[in-house]
Design a protein around this ligand. Structure first.
Ligand SMILES: [Zn+2]
Length: 234
């Protein structure tokens, strides 16, 4: 038998071996990925922010059943509210967040996807940032509001606040009683400043719109987070 036959046979076995090794390595790699990097897995409150987090959050829009199921998986206390007209503004798929990981300075009531994003943000953005930069975990969060039937300031475009699809965050208070304010600590070269910058950076991977003091003077004292049509991060 010509030796070329044996060479071909060995090469074929080697080729098959490489394909199997590749499949095995690929499978190992996939198994180590968090749920947020697997598009076929539902949004997981315990999975760090990954490639498909934002897509999965946006997929909760017009999908109240999946949104409520997510909030149940996250273990928070919430009440779905009926649709209503508030002046010129129409409110759909509203949810009241009664109890989550933190206390809020005011009622938290908005679209279900916004509430879902907020709960995910508490766990996967705020808690890790506090662990990295602060001596004590966060206890409460101050916000300036969610629903406001108005246009974007200085434009004719409807604000995401007009459908309760945005929240303005002003400050964080730790278990030890220290308050970190965006208006005071954003510019500071301190751990508190680094805490706020980490939150702003990572919020961009979760919300569609994330604006902070560097955007304009109107945002000098808060972060604006929304789930609108446009993706921006400033
Ligand atoms: Zn806002």
């Amino acid at each position: 038998m010509p030796y070329i036959y044996w060479v071909t046979l060995v090469l074929r076995f080697l080729g098959l071996g490489y394909v199997l090794l590749g499949l095995w390595l690929g499978n190992q790699w996939l198994a180590e990925q968090p749920d947020s990097n697997k598009f076929w897995k539902p949004l997981n409150p315990d999975s760090p922010i990954g490639w498909f987090t934002k897509t999965k959050v946006m997929a909760l829009q017009n999908n109240p059943e999946q949104c409520h199921a997510f909030l149940q998986r996250a273990g928070v206390d919430f009440t779905p509210l009926s649709d209503r007209q508030a002046g010129q503004c129409q409110l759909h798929e509203q949810t009241l967040l009664k109890q989550s990981n933190y206390r809020y300075s005011a009622t938290v009531k908005g679209t279900c996807p916004l509430i879902a994003a907020l709960v995910l943000w508490e766990k996967q953005v705020v808690a890790p940032a506090a662990e990295t930069h602060l001596a004590s975990p966060i206890r409460s969060i101050a916000h300036y509001g969610i629903f406001a039937c108005r246009n974007v300031r200085g434009s004719g475009r409807r604000s995401q606040h007009a459908t309760a699809n945005a929240i303005d965050i002003a400050a964080f208070t730790t278990e030890s009683g220290q308050t970190i304010r965006i208006t005071r600590d954003w510019e500071a070269d301190t751990q508190n400043g680094a805490f706020l910058h980490q939150i702003h950076r990572q919020s961009c991977a979760l919300f569609r719109g994330a604006l902070g003091p560097d955007y304009n003077a109107a945002h000098h004292d808060h972060f604006h987070f929304d789930l609108g049509r446009f993706s921006f991060c400033r």
